[in-house]
Ligand binder design. Structure first.
Ligand SMILES: CC(C)(COP(=O)(O)OP(=O)(O)OC[C@H]1O[C@@H](n2cnc3c(N)ncnc32)[C@H](O)[C@@H]1OP(=O)(O)O)[C@@H](O)C(=O)NCCC(=O)NCCS
Length: 170
């Protein structure tokens, strides 16, 4: 596990497009909002350049997981952008389906929590589908508590799903 770097561009492109493919092919995918369209190399390069600049400024804390030459997960905490929210972070984490349930997510959240605390953050929030049992369990085990349900936040093929926000103090 390590922080992403510019040399990861092609590995990240494969990773993100695998995630998009997984969501497209599985109507019951636990993946949350986004990941709806394949990403071009130019788009990924732009995202990576912006993310590296944000990490450099200290606005984003990142960790990714790699197995051999393959990126299997990417996680980050984005700090609040306002003067009165800059000690708050939003966490996001995506793991390829094949590697779920092996303890990778737990370890990545531990790292993000530790690095967020080190960066002076005071609380974190994370949001996902309320029916995502694995995510709820994983975050509960890391000290997160349910903060809010957003009824029918997500609409997919004429069905609505609730969003769940969990948070924890650091
Ligand atoms: C949610 C997610 C980050 C968890 O990471 P993971 O590596 O699969 O989870 P881990 O193997 O580290 O397990 C963490 C805990 O959750 C539990 N868990 C994992 N999968 C589970 C499942 N399908 N059902 C119930 N519990 C589950 C584990 O038993 C473990 O609990 P324990 O410590 O009590 O044993 C990962 O599965 C993922 O990215 N899923 C798809 C995207 C997603 O859901 N994103 C929302 C979060 S931002």
């Amino acid at each position: 596990m390590r922080v992403l770097q510019w040399e990861d561009l092609d590995r990240l492109l494969v990773f993100i497009n695998n995630v998009v493919g997984e969501k497209k092919s599985d109507s019951r995918s636990p993946l949350y909002t986004g990941f709806d369209q394949k990403v071009s190399r130019e788009e990924e390069a732009q995202w990576l350049a912006e993310t590296l600049a944000s990490i450099e400024r200290g606005d984003v804390i990142n960790v990714l997981a790699q197995v051999r030459n393959r990126i299997i997960a990417n996680g980050e905490v984005t700090k609040g952008t306002h003067r009165d929210t800059f000690r708050h972070g939003r966490l996001g984490l995506t793991l390829l389906a094949k590697y779920r349930g092996l303890g990778v997510g737990r370890r990545m959240i531990e790292i993000l929590v530790k690095e967020s605390r080190r960066a002076g953050l005071k609380n974190l929030e994370v949001e996902f589908l309320a029916g995502n049992v694995a995510a709820r369990r994983t975050y509960e085990r890391q000290g997160f508590k349910e903060a809010a349900i957003i009824p029918k936040k997500v609409s997919r093929i004429r069905k609505y799903f609730d969003g769940l926000i969990m948070s924890r103090e650091l």
